[in-house]
Design a protein around this ligand. Structure first.
Ligand SMILES: Nc1ncnc2c1ncn2[C@@H]1O[C@H](COP(=O)(O)OP(=O)(O)O)[C@@H](O)[C@H]1O
Ligand SMILES: [Mg+2]
Length: 261
């Protein structure tokens, strides 16, 4: 087995700034008020992932999931610790990130593909697949500034799944998509997983994590609270509780998605 990702004692410190302008900072200083605080978004996070594992990264909002994925994608550096990855990484962390509002869908496809490491020739060859998967119709030639969040997700996801990669990251990107698109994406991610690509899947929908993943990592306030079996991880989070407030939504989401669950 080959190691795909190695995260070793990673910690990340962020600062929170309470004032936005220099004037506000000056006034706050004169009044003896606090200017900024810092906090640890990730604390001593360590784990290893073998090539081909499918990780369900779970945890409450603000627990550090996206921050951790940004470190794996290489767009953020840890305050301390190391992250090592093997091969090309594709995926989506925030829908709409990396898109330029004044450029058209087509132009943004080229730009995003380039950011994910594709050459123009590669993108040319895959353009029809990408546009077909996004399925935004004639909106492809209009500025993406007018797109809905669902349309952003379609475009971003379509580029990401068409990049030949070794690691694929999907961070809550399907939450805004409509049912047919979600279904299509889940199917595509299963194909990607089955071809031996390492998968990181962030979702609050327990059923889809069960369907997609072979292992669950739970983050709690920046600390790894659980790392192991999928069902145990979901149980650890109490996401398998049928009286959960999300149960109703989850049923509608996963009734279609998790047909074989
Ligand atoms: N660039 C940043 N600067 C300051 N704080 C940040 C930054 N990015 C994220 N945070 C904070 O770090 C914490 C973890 O955020 P995030 O990783 O996005 O959580 P999750 O994806 O699990 O919901 C949150 O409290 C968030 O407000
Ligand atoms: Mg997040």
């Amino acid at each position: 087995m080959t190691t795909s990702i190695e995260v070793e004692n990673v910690s990340k410190k962020f600062s929170m700034q309470y004032q936005r302008t220099l004037k506000q900072v000056a006034v706050a200083k004169l009044r003896g008020q606090r200017i900024k605080d810092s906090f640890w978004a990730l604390q001593d996070v360590s784990f290893q992932v073998q090539q081909g594992e499918a990780i369900g990264l779970m945890g409450l909002n603000g627990s550090g999931k996206s921050t951790l994925l940004k470190h794996i994608m290489g767009v953020m550096r840890p305050t301390s610790g190391t992250v090592r990855t093997r091969g090309r990484i594709s995926g989506l962390i925030a829908t709409g990130a990396g898109f330029h509002p004044q450029m058209t869908g087509t132009e943004n496809i080229y730009m995003n593909a380039a950011i994910l490491g594709m050459t123009k020739e590669e993108t040319d060859a895959k353009f029809d697949d990408i546009a077909g998967f996004a399925d935004v119709g004639e909106f492809l030639d209009t500025p993406v500034g007018n797109y809905s969040s669902g349309m952003f997700a379609r475009l971003g996801f379509s580029v990401a799944v068409n990049v030949d990669c070794d690691v694929f990251i999907a961070d809550e990107v399907l939450a805004v998509g409509d049912q047919p698109f979600k279904k299509k994406c889940m199917k595509r991610m299963e194909q990607i997983r089955d071809s031996g690509v390492t998968l990181f899947y962030v979702s609050h929908a327990a059923q889809s994590v069960r369907r997609m993943c072979t292992r669950v990592i739970v983050l709690e306030k920046g600390v790894v609270g659980f790392d192991g079996d999928v069902d145990e991880g979901i149980h650890y989070l109490h996401y398998d509780d049928s009286e959960d407030v999300d149960a109703e939504e989850e049923q509608t989401t996963d009734g279609e998605l998790g047909s074989e669950v």
